[in-house]
Design a protein around this ligand. Sequence first.
Ligand SMILES: [Zn+2]
Length: 463
Amino acid sequence: MHQIDFTCETPKMLLKSSIAQNSQGKGVLPPDRKGNGMRAFERLLQYVQVHTSSTEVREGTPSTERQRDFAKLLEQEMTGMGFTGVSVDNHAYVYGTLPATPGLESVPAIALIAHLDTIPDEDYPGFGVKPQLIRNYQGGAVALGDSGRVLDPEMFPDLAGCIGHTLMTTDGTTVLGADDKAGIAEILTACEDLVRARIPHGRIEVCFTPDEEIGHGAALLSLERLNAAFGYTVDGGDVSELNSETFHAAGADVRFHGVNVHPGEAKGKMRNASLLAMEFHAMLPSGDQPALTEGYEGFYHLTSMRGDVESAELHYIIRDHDSAVFQARLGIMEHAAEVLNERHGEGTVMLEFRSQYRNMNEILSQVPEVLARAEKAVIAAGLNPKHVPVRGGTDGSQLSFRGLPCPNLGTGGAGFHGPYEHITAENMELAVSVLKNLVSLRDDTGNGNCDTILTRSLTSREI
Ligand SMILES: [Zn+2]
């Protein structure tokens, strides 16, 4: 078991003092001991103290006002860093522009995007976060506070690559919030480094979005305000991983209508809606569920059910990377509903699909330069890029289809969406390097980013 260096109880004060300094018009963040500005890890340590969970139980964006509070803090921080046009809109989207360095004004702008919210507290608490810091982690299991939970390398093999790092964990009672506050911290640190080191770059548009965890992060993002040719979400895990493929995704609501009569006199009359629901579910391929699939394997996921004799409901999400297989999955559900209606009478089963998102690779494959650029940035950071299909969606899926081609980059965090979330200072620095490489890379002509990207991305908007 590891010795915990310290548990952070008061960084909220740190955040307040850093904002206070900014708002006194000093124009820069408080320098660290090396005079290089705050590092991403230090930013994260402050951000995780701010409660920003979204919620499914309220309509409107942001789903929680606390996300707007965090957005306002970031607005102040960005204004003090040299961003222009910094604003928080009515829906708590934070926008800011880092103007191009002289001579690169005509280079197409790149967007860097991360999300403000953490998962709903109903799923796992995101308030009262007390991060544990372990300097010079030497491998092995780490007790998560007094929670009885242990962060174990058997369960999280990535820890083997963190030896010698400064490791940040939870105390076992909350999420950490590195998803996606690490992304925010890394984007701002990269931008600050660019400014301080006077590294040439084109215009950079930064946007932090609310409600990503409940699937609404990209919907209200203003592409007009963003005014970028292409972008990257910084919301993944391993820094060497690039995500350009997501699932095709739909939801399905299946309603069963029964006939209730006294069970003693039910013969030939009763139609038990709960049993119909079980009959329906049994007609789906039983191995195609999240617990039994990985990689490119798709699934049906029964997310909730309710039932009595009179009526029953099943709610599913359906996922697959392959468009044809995805359509076939929907077809299997339609067929099951048809069979039950034939068997038990028309109207017994009502099936409705809700389309959710599509595999962003359909768009990104048309603009290979966008992903190639990310690959080069990862290589330039000394890493070996790995293409990993996302078993889910990203804000980038929707943004890509709206006209902003947008793969996803790693933050260095792991164990997201629960008490085992962790990240290291060193991996965050690698992510910062990748971002700096990404925005300062030049094409072969020395003209900054390829103009062809802009042209092609405009074409993709028509899709
Ligand atoms: Zn995330």
